[in-house]
Design a protein around this ligand. Structure first.
Ligand code: PLP
Length: 213
């Protein structure tokens, strides 16, 4: 069922949109089902769970860290993580840089922008992101490859569209200058709006794996 679901979802996506299958709380067997139909991008939001699954599952899986990340946990996944989506502060960026250097690699990250009009979500403001992009790059072991945003949890499609489109506009403003290529927005409930607004990476969990407890 998971395999069929992921194939159906992938077939319907535009060519340039990457699907990150969000496997948090789900067992290895669920990931293996998706893996068996060729899927390789998986997202987790807890470092411990991410590391354990990475150790137990095939090496060619691309692991995405999608959730809020504490600085003291970066070291555990620094050797192998494919992309960190939720970089929401400069202090976190500095820590990722430090761990990147220790592991002799450049870690790819997305800057999370606070796009939701509600106040509970993490992220840089547009002003802070602009300052980050304007200042000289102090983080040689980090590559900022794009932006990530989460819309307000609401039924109001107009509001979701407005939040995604504002982020998309900001992304397009900096894309060429900062060599950005990833705009991560859209989840099970709002990914069609996100894609229509310019997203090229969606993070979908429950639609693939079923509801989480
Ligand atoms: C859990 C999660 C998702 C996936 O949510 P679904 O509604 O299950 O698709 C996407 N992004 C982030 C940051 C998440 O924590």
């Amino acid at each position: 069922m998971i395999g069929a679901q992921i194939q159906k979802l992938t077939e319907d996506l535009p060519q340039d949109v990457t699907l990150v299958a969000v496997s948090k709380t789900k067992p290895n067997s669920a990931i293996e089902e998706a893996y068996s139909v060729g899927h390789r991008d998986f997202g987790e939001n807890k470092v411990q769970e991410l590391c354990q699954k990475a150790e137990e599952l095939p090496n060619d899986i691309r692991w995405h860290m999608i959730g809020h990340l504490q600085r003291n946990k970066v070291k555990y996944m620094a050797p192998f993580v494919h992309l960190i989506h939720g970089v929401d502060s400069e202090r976190l960026l500095a820590e990722i840089n430090k761990q990147g250097a220790k592991n002799n690699r450049v870690i790819r990250v997305l800057i999370q922008i606070h796009i939701a009009e509600e106040s509970s979500k993490f992220g840089f403001s547009y002003e802070e992101a602009k300052a980050l992009f304007t200042n000289e790059n102090q983080y040689p072991n980090v590559q900022i490859v794009g932006l990530m945003g989460m819309a307000t949890f609401t039924e109001d499609k107009t509001q979701i569209t407005r939040e995604f489109e504002t982020l998309s506009t900001f992304y397009n403003t900096w894309k060429a200058q900062k060599d950005l290529s990833v705009l991560s927005m859209g989840m099970s409930n709002d990914y069609p709006i996100a894609i229509a607004s310019g997203s090229n990476m969606i993070r979908v969990g429950s639609l693939i794996f079923g509801r989480r407890n």
